[in-house]
Design a protein around this ligand. Structure first.
Ligand code: TSJ
Length: 651
């Protein structure tokens, strides 16, 4: 890291008007994601500084006026004047596009932010931005704002106050940036606490030792704002431990490897559990790459090669045996791979796949070397991994042999299975609805209550198995699950075909109690794992039976939510009765129709996965063996969008 940074190092490319003209080009979208991107741009700049060893703390604050600020205790953005442009380094950073410091003298190696566009983009899309630099015992301040120009158009990031010394003395050093996202640009300017928490926690895992503090002034208890702190000295090994918290690891400490090859800096932590899933979370410059790419490919190739070599060397594989497949070595694997490099090329549908080809051999080579060293001196761990892979291989073989028979047998079985299903008479899948109902008795009532022209009822006896824990062939053996698959008619996994879906609304209907929540969670996990498109295309719903019936003489009101009970009582006046429904089974057919099945009156929640990759991470991270955690996850985080049922279109 060169010490003689000068403002002239900052390249100047374009003005800010381009950003307001086409914000999507710079931040992906102007939705809630784009809103957070402009915050990550700022956070990333601080993280660059701190992870290069300058300072150790980053504080992110969401203020009660809706603005956000980021402060670090690094060296402070350069304040000296750019020799040819005649403006301070701070002003260059905030008013010139691409001036985040992506220059060639080696300063600021991994800068860039999510789209590598820098702080000027955030400034351009804000109504105001304030910057303070603490340096040389002094405080420097600059202010920017959006303004209506002579052309009648709004120009973002105009200088309101040039960078000046305020005259205050300080012992602090670092940078403070506060900005107000512009309502004219963003569909929403409401920062989401969960989104920010998750991201900062992830950053804390990826950058070990960095203290990240989150303050949300909009959320207070006794006037004290919410504060969360993240710091993991164990880095990505802690991340792997955290992901595996609800699972059973096969050895106590994750394997940790790091190193450099061809200027690619790599950290890798991995651990096996007794599950059957492969969970690899990869990052480039702190940016998640859910679509994978060259770094992941190189890592996987090395894992397969090294482990096959050890399997031969140790005699686990005999001369006549074939090599194990890569998949065999990734059954039950949890891994976090984080690399840092320059000139990143992102590819793929969502631009989250690393494209630089040279990274693949570099990572394959580096991981092979480091993993080889590690396993040479950890014979116990090696033994555990090879045993796990061998049993994966045997199960793979067994599944292959069993598949043919199963296919023939299925034909006969399906007949019995769908016997439980009370199908509907209508033949239009677009109109048809399948209610998956918890319990035989509630199922029976639903059958009486429904409109059989388009509503089918499938009662579930007992709890279907936990889809997260089992392999696909085991999932398929579960009777409840097979009933669902054959009723929907669209297949499963890679064979899933939405065109064959028999019901365009699939509604999970379970009690509002803990067991009901569990069943809902299991079914959602199953659909997520094996019929993801059902969710992404918006076909999966949660039915909402009422929690209370408030009645007085002939007046009846159903209440679906604890918070609304008091209001309902108020509307009734004195002398009402309240009945609490403990389960679906307590309602008669008429009540069930009125409250839960009738499209004109019911409420359904559509289960959406706005970001399937993120949801996959959530499910993997949160849905392990622990029932409580899983339940909590579903209640707190499942992305339920309350929608107004199609009362108008259908009836
Ligand atoms: F990007 C930004 F302007 F929005 C921003 C930058 C926001 C925040 C909250 C912090 C930062 C930032 C930048 N923190 N620390 C730095 N460091 C530098 O810009 C810096 C300081 C010194 C030197 C040097 O060579 O002396 C070089 C750089 C790039």
């Amino acid at each position: 890291m060169s010490k003689d940074y000068k403002a002239q190092d900052i390249q100047v490319l374009e003005g800010l008007d381009a950003v307001r003209l086409r914000p999507g080009m710079y931040i992906g979208s102007t939705g809630v994601k784009g809103l957070h991107h402009v915050l990550w741009e700022i956070v990333d700049n601080s993280m660059d500084e701190v992870s290069n060893g300058f300072g150790d703390t980053i504080t992110v604050t969401v203020h009660s006026d809706g603005s956000a600020s980021v402060e670090d205790n690094g060296r402070g953005i350069p304040v000296d004047i750019h020799p040819t442009m005649g403006i301070s380094g701070v002003e260059v950073v905030f008013t010139k596009l691409h001036a985040g410091g992506k220059f060639d003298n080696g300063n600021y190696q991994y800068s860039g932010g999510l789209h590598g566009v820098g702080a000027s983009v955030t400034n351009a899309l804000s109504t105001w931005t304030t910057v303070e630099v603490y340096k040389n015992k002094k405080v420097y301040r600059a202010e920017f704002e959006s303004r209506v120009g002579e052309d009648g158009k709004v120009h973002g990031g105009c200088i309101k106050t040039h960078l000046t010394e305020t005259g205050e003395k300080t012992d602090k050093h670092g940078t403070y940036v506060r900005f107000m996202p512009d309502k004219l640009i963003f569909d929403t300017v409401n920062f989401n606490l969960d989104t920010i928490s998750k991201k900062l926690k992830e950053l804390a895992f990826l950058n070990d030792g960095v203290h990240i503090i989150l303050i949300d002034e909009r959320v207070t208890v006794n006037d004290i704002p919410l504060k969360r702190e993240y710091c993991y000295n164990g880095g990505i090994s802690d991340f792997v431990r955290y992901i595996n918290e609800t699972k059973n690891p096969l050895f106590p400490d994750p394997i940790y490897l790091d190193g450099e090859r061809d200027k690619v800096y790599m950290k890798l932590a991995l651990q096996y559990t007794d599950t059957y899933n492969e969970s690899i979370f990869s990052y480039v410059n702190n940016i998640p790459t859910p679509e994978g790419g060259m770094h992941e490919t190189g890592f996987k190739a090395a894992l397969t090669k090294v482990l096959n070599d050890f399997a031969r060397k140790t005699g686990v594989l005999k001369e006549k045996d074939e090599n194990l497949l890569g998949d065999d070595f990734r059954v039950g694997l949890t891994a976090v791979l984080s690399i840092k490099m320059q000139n990143v090329q992102f590819e793929g549908q969502t631009k989250t796949k690393l494209g630089n080809p040279f990274v693949r051999p570099a990572m394959e080579n580096l991981v092979a070397e480091k993993l080889g060293e590690y396993l040479s001196s950890h014979a116990d761990t090696l033994d555990i991994i090879l045993k796990k892979a061998m049993s994966a291989m045997r199960e793979r073989e067994a599944a292959r042999k069993g598949k043919e028979q199963a296919r023939l047998k299925n034909q006969a079985d399906n007949f019995n299975l769908v016997g439980k299903l009370a199908s509907c008479s209508g033949k239009k899948p677009e109109r048809n609805e399948l209610y998956i109902v918890e319990g035989d008795s509630a199922g029976g009532t639903c059958k009486q209550a429904r409109d059989r022209s388009f509503q089918a009822i499938l009662p579930l006896r007992g709890k279907p198995l936990n889809a997260e824990k089992k392999r696909i062939d085991q999932v398929l053996q579960n009777e409840e699950i097979r009933t669902i698959i054959s009723a929907l008619g669209a297949g499963i996994g890679e064979d899933f075909n939405l065109d064959n879906l028999n019901y365009h609304k699939v509604v999970i209907l379970s009690d509002a109690d803990q067991d009901g929540g569990h069943i809902r969670a299991i079914l959602m996990t199953f659909f997520f794992r094996y019929m993801k498109q059902l969710i992404t295309d918006g076909h999966l719903y949660i039915g909402m039976p009422p929690l209370y019936k408030v009645a007085k003489k002939d007046k009846v009101e159903y209440v679906y939510n604890d918070d609304l009970l008091d209001a309902a009582k108020d509307r009734m006046g004195r002398g009402y009765t309240v009945q609490r429904y403990k389960g679906l089974g307590e309602m008669n057919a008429e009540q069930l129709w009125e409250t839960t099945l009738d499209p004109a009156r019911r409420t359904l929640m559509r289960v959406t996965l706005e970001d399937v990759a993120e949801a996959e991470q959530l499910v993997t991270v949160w849905m392990g063996d622990s029932v409580d955690l899983r339940k909590q996850y579903i209640i707190e985080n499942a992305n339920f969008n309350k929608i107004d049922e199609f009362a108008k279109t259908e009836r």
